[in-house]
Ligand binder design. Structure first.
Ligand SMILES: [Zn+2]
Ligand SMILES: [Zn+2]
Length: 268
């Protein structure tokens, strides 16, 4: 059956991604209001109470907003690292379960996850590599200043990669943001440009890479066609899989490892 990856929404106004195996559902990030998150889960046919665990990648609001409330309401375990727990003020014994860098977290007999620390803007952010029992692996990497060697190693074996493509360099530089914010976005602690994302993918592309989702696109400084064409220009020769763009508005498709094309959701 593999691992299912469904972006319920992605961008600076909120992020949440559903990871599914046939015995378990996990939510990666919970950056929308509780009501909005439940609405989006219902759209894809998932009962919120069936969410086994919520994993928060880092403390920024667009990833963490309703995570604690959702975990209490749905009875889901809340996972994050120590740095994020401290920044959120979550008690590691009573409110959340903390994991260490490169520590494997088992959600069920079929689905587990590894957290890889990544540099991003005064946070203890992690990229997540989900694995199922058959050895399929899927990566979710958002909010990344630059790739580390550890991250590149782990991306190299994944059948699916969801990765941010935050901004088009010339749109950002010529755009309305103040210089200080432009510097923060482009710095090591900021976000990836389409060019940086394309370069990372070029290093990790392999014959078994089936699907890519570009996510966390800036609404002001990027456009889906710019991100997609830059990535395809960089990896097109070696890549036979599909490229999709995660929208801020809501879920539009699901990817499953073992399949190249995304499944379009009827509600899209
Ligand atoms: Zn973010
Ligand atoms: Zn962030």
């Amino acid at each position: 059956m593999g691992i299912g990856i469904t972006h319920l929404g992605s961008g600076s106004r909120g992020n949440a991604t559903l990871l599914s195996s046939n015995d378990c559902n996990v939510l990666v990030d919970c950056g929308f209001s509780l009501r909005q998150t439940e609405k989006r889960l219902n759209l894809v046919g998932i009962e919120p109470e069936s969410i086994e665990a919520i994993v928060v990648t880092h403390h920024h609001k667009d990833h963490s907003k309703s995570a604690l409330n959702a975990s209490k309401k749905w009875g889901s375990s809340l996972f994050c690292n120590n740095g994020t727990a401290a920044r959120m003020g979550w008690s590691p014994l009573e409110e959340c379960i903390t994991f260490g860098n490169l520590e494997r977290v088992e959600f069920s007999s079929k689905l587990s996850m590894l957290a890889i620390p990544v540099p991003h803007d005064d946070s203890d952010n992690v990229a997540l590599i989900a694995s199922d029992r058959s050895g399929d692996r899927a990566a979710i990497v958002t909010d990344l200043g630059e790739a580390t060697n550890d991250l590149l190693d782990h991306l190299s074996g994944c059948k699916h990669i969801s990765i941010e493509a935050n901004y088009d360099h010339s749109r950002l530089i010529n755009g309305p943001y103040p210089d200080s914010l432009k510097r923060r976005i482009t710095g090591r602690g900021g976000h990836l440009s389409n060019t940086q994302t394309a370069q990372i993918l070029r290093k990790v592309v392999h014959s078994k890479l089936e699907s890519l989702v570009l996510c966390h696109l800036s609404e002001k400084n990027n456009a889906p066609h710019l991100a997609e064409s830059e990535v395809l220009h960089s990896i097109g020769d070696e890549f036979d899989g599909s490229v999709s763009i995660a929208s801020q508005k809501g879920p539009e498709f699901s990817n499953w490892t073992g399949q190249i094309d995304p499944l379009r959701l009827a509600i899209a």
